[in-house]
Design a protein around this ligand. Sequence first.
Ligand code: GGG
Length: 337
Amino acid sequence: MKIAPGVIMYKISVIPGDGIGKEVMEATLHIMEAVDLNFDYEFTDAGDEYAAKSGIPLSEETIDIVRSSDSCLFGAAGESAADVIVKMRQELNLYANLRPVKSYPGTKSLFSNLDFVIVRENTEGMYSGIEEETEEGATATRIITRKASERISKFGFEYAVKTGRKTVTAVHKANVLKKTDGVFKESFYKIAQNYPQLKSNDFYVDATAMYFLTKPEIFDVIVTTNLFGDILSDEGAGLVGGLGLIPSANIGDKLGLFEPVHGSAPLLAGKGVANPSAMILSAALMLNYLDEVEEAKKIEKAVVKTLAEGKIVTRDMGGNASTMKMAKEVKKNLENL
Ligand code: GGG
């Protein structure tokens, strides 16, 4: 391990997880070697493969390792996503899930001018984890609290202020889910009063899904509940060239966990063809979170250059490079910035 003298050492927990998670993590850690910072990685395990060995998808020991680190890099969990990533978000109170949707040159983006962020409530809603079998079938409980709705709204507005954005949009379905999304919408506008310098508005989730296709440039910061945010971020990925490009940050008051929006992609796993960009850009979000803004920008620039040149890219970007070959190109571009 390279150690730069006099530079802070960040303790990073690393969970490669399942499927392509392992491949894109290896690629990303290769690129991190070219970052002018010190990282002390602690590897730990979770997911389907870990469950097959140990009987449980996520151990208390893994949660403790993540809790005691400065940040966590997470690859993917397959069928055990609910018991791994959703559980970690709840246990570690990583209440805000930030998912940027950005058009980059050289990608198959449907629009060339998109740059918006989905801020998804990460601890409750449809993913509260309360499902029950009944005689007729099954039920799921959708919990929406004022506390979590105000907290995520505040996060969205603060993020807008910090990043110089102008409009914060709440996305809900309060005409049908009158009580739960009624609380969400009311909480959003309560917090909005503290930010008179920003424009605040709201749309129904179904209308939002259509606007993504017809006029996505109207969006700046979207604040929404858990399931709606999960669905809209995949739709957002479809707008700008696919899941291989979309990073995410799970942020709490004391900790951040960074993961690509794509899952374990079992059909691609083991072939070395997964696009590493989403994981690499997740590492850039981590550096931003750690206030290493210049290093974060450099990583993004190196990815953008690689995509724009379009020569050494994976097949989802129209190339034929392997995951590791594309990562080496990003690293070369980073070193030459
Ligand atoms: N949509 C891509 C995917 O499969 N992501 C993994 C996943 O479902 N994670 C759960 C979540 O983000 O809530």
